[in-house]
Design a protein around this ligand. Structure first.
Ligand code: 5GP
Length: 190
């Protein structure tokens, strides 16, 4: 998606440790009109998949998913992050290793909101090593729901997540795939 790539080049900041900061338009301050175009693009890609629910994870995924959901006219379900085990049986739980924070946490959704009859589109901001996305895929599997695919805003193609998740047979569509990035020389897209 050219509009997104242009914006990443203009306002993204490449940090040491393979981290791209997009705080001025996606992860802190939010450019809602850009999110609107992103939502339309996800609708163009997944519009004929019979999506009944969009699943994301707090916090950065929520805004993106909510704007996209307006084009699909379906509810958004966001997995909550939890550092302690929830032992009650009314939730699905998966463990995720955070790429940016270097620690593990559980993601949780209520069984009430994810049902076998759901056709789920996962949406998230970044795909890096794939732990967050695999956790979300796991929640969909635990519920016995149908996964139609994953819409990712920015995939860091030089990290292993994309290959890992696609190897599981999941349709992953990323709007911008970064081939390489460097604090000195900048960003190259695939
Ligand atoms: P993964 O689980 O694929 O390793 O990482 C995905 C999650 O980590 C995303 O939901 C995002 O919040 C965060 N993340 C991974 N890489 C980056 C990055 O380069 N920049 C930012 N801002 N977040 C990232």
């Amino acid at each position: 998606m050219q509009l997104l790539k242009d914006r990443i080049c203009r306002d993204g900041k490449v940090k040491e440790g393979n981290v791209l900061k997009v705080d001025s338009f996606l992860n802190h301050q939010i450019d809602v009109s850009l999110l609107c175009e992103i939502g339309k693009e996800f609708k163009r890609i997944f519009g004929d998949c019979g999506v009944t629910k969009i699943l994301t994870v707090e916090a950065s995924g929520i805004g993106i998913a909510c704007v996209a959901a307006q084009f699909f006219n379906v509810p958004v379900l966001f997995a909550k992050k939890n550092q302690t085990k929830n032992i009650s049986g009314d939730v699905y739980t998966r463990s995720v290793e955070s790429f940016t924070h270097g620690r593990s946490y559980d993601i949780i959704v209520s069984r009430e909101f994810l049902k076998p009859e759901d056709r789920v589109l996962i949406i998230d901001d970044f795909l890096a090593r794939g732990s967050a996305l695999l956790g979300l895929v796991g929640l969909v599997q635990d519920a016995g729901a149908q996964l139609v695919g994953a819409g990712i805003v920015i995939e860091k193609g030089f990290q292993e997540g994309g290959a890992l998740v696609r190897a599981r047979g999941v349709r992953v569509e990323s709007l911008a795939v970064i081939e390489s990035m460097d604090p000195r020389t900048g960003i190259v897209f695939r």
